[in-house]
Design a protein around this ligand. Structure first.
Ligand SMILES: NC(=O)c1ccc[n+]([C@@H]2O[C@H](COP(=O)([O-])OP(=O)(O)OC[C@H]3O[C@@H](n4cnc5c(N)ncnc54)[C@H](O)[C@@H]3O)[C@@H](O)[C@H]2O)c1
Ligand SMILES: O=C(O)[C@H](O)[C@H](O)COP(=O)(O)O
Length: 379
């Protein structure tokens, strides 16, 4: 059995070789010749999976080690009887930690406290709900917008986007890219929404580039719109607009979800799905794959639970991940053909906050840090 895997999928060789012969290939584009004789294909978001790629091949299963699935024509796969699995939630924690880092950097730069702000979360799924939980732990007010969940009667409250645009200081987008349908999210942020946004707000897009109309955003920023902007995703990728990159406050190469844990979960989720598909179910505990982090333990002195200072939180967070390490390289190489994908391929190892164990003096501080996503213990 021949299994093709994207070369940017850590641990794929180790795991999938338990099931068959593994060949690692580039994902953008997949070399067509490699598909000859392949039984299964494991991709990332850069590969368009559709009839053009797979018609006439023997591929019987496709896995994508990603949360988003807009690159996959799942209706066509289903019509062909080809098995399919994504990796929902695999990298949600990484995206949340990216958003926290960006927000606390902007707060420090502009002299405000996150605790004094209202954060509007658009799309309250795996990423959005984890973001809400951590913001809540810190005492930050949130407003949620998720029409599909509202229609299902899920516990909210959920509000229309217009309310978030009018009232939230920070607007952060975590929807799938729906190109059509009742919950269309393509250009959810368009010229009209941008015009309606009051001054001095923060806009974050860490879901899919086209959720924000990039041309309209550039026009607004060029027109003097007072808006802090954080973009991890672009319309289009990899050929993002260089003027837009220059105009945003933080810009990164679609790496918000790129923690080692997030990527490893993506691989294990599709591995488990494929082994299930073959009738040979296997589970892979994440801890058996991950290396020891560079920094694994620090001590925090004193009782900080009552009012965890945001400067202290920033320092703790940035012992693990600081989004500026990804902003600077993109600005250096954007516009050079191939470099956007190279930044992603040779991504410096990044861990999640849970990899840092914080020793605390008291239980309340340890409990708060645990709610925020760190590992914490009493010393
Ligand atoms: N930048 C990155 O590295 C990165 C990493 C992970 C995920 N993503 C993207 O972020 C998206 C969200 O990730 P997730 O894991 O939370 O997905 P998810 O499917 O768990 O959650 C998405 C939520 O958005 C809601 N939604 C759908 N259409 C909407 C609309 N028009 N308006 C408001 N809400 C809407 C859904 O009901 C759902 O609750 C993914 O689909 C993916 O495209 C990007
Ligand atoms: O949808 C996702 O899971 C993310 O956008 C993911 O981080 C994209 O990474 P890629 O598959 O492009 O390497």
């Amino acid at each position: 059995m021949k299994i093709l895997v994207d070369e940017n999928m850590p641990y794929a060789q180790t795991l999938f070789s338990r099931l068959g012969e593994v060949q690692a290939v580039p994902g953008r584009p997949i070399p067509q010749a490699a598909l000859a004789g392949a039984d299964a294909l494991m991709v990332r978001s850069v590969t368009k999976v559709n009839a053009d790629l797979l018609a006439g091949t023997g591929v019987k299963f496709v896995g994508t080690a990603t949360a988003g699935t807009d690159h996959v024509d799942d209706a066509w796969l289903a019509a062909q009887g080809i098995g399919f699995s994504a990796a929902p939630g695999c990298n949600a924690i990484a995206v949340v930690e990216y958003v926290f880092s960006a927000l606390l950097i902007l707060a420090q730069r502009d002299g405000w406290q996150l605790r004094d702000k209202t954060v509007g979360i658009v799309g309250v799924g795996n990423v959005g709900s984890r973001l809400q939980a951590r913001l809540e732990a810190l005492g930050v007010k949130t407003l949620l917008c998720d029409p599909p969940r509202a229609a299902r009667g899920d516990h909210g409250p959920f509000w229309p986007l217009e309310k978030l645009v009018a009232e939230a200081d920070i607007l952060t987008f975590h929807t799938p890219l729906n190109k059509e349908g009742p919950y269309r999210s393509r250009h959810l942020v368009d010229a009209e929404v941008l015009a309606a946004l009051p001054d001095n707000r923060v806009l974050i897009n860490a879901c899919r580039g086209a959720v924000v109309d990039n041309a309209a955003l550039l026009a607004a920023l060029r027109g003097g719109k007072a808006l802090r902007t954080v973009l991890d995703v672009w319309e289009p990728e990899p050929d993002l607009s260089l003027p837009l990159l220059q105009a945003v406050d933080i810009g990164t190469a679609h790496i918000a979800g790129y923690s080692l844990e997030g990527k490893a979960r993506g691989t294990t989720q599709v591995f488990e799905a494929y082994s299930q598909f073959l009738g040979r179910p296997q589970q892979v505990p994440l801890a058996t794959l991950l290396p020891v982090p560079d920094v694994s333990e620090v001590t925090l002195n004193g009782n900080l639970a009552a009012n965890l200072d945001e400067g202290t939180l920033l320092r703790l967070m940035h012992l693990v991940y600081d989004v500026r390490r990804d902003d600077a390289p993109l600005r250096r190489v954007a516009g050079i053909p191939g470099e956007f994908d190279k930044l992603r391929k040779f991504y410096q190892e990044r861990r999640e906050w849970s990899s840092l164990c914080i020793q605390c003096d008291d239980e309340a501080t340890a409990a708060l840090l645990t709610r925020l996503g760190f590992s914490a213990r009493l010393r």
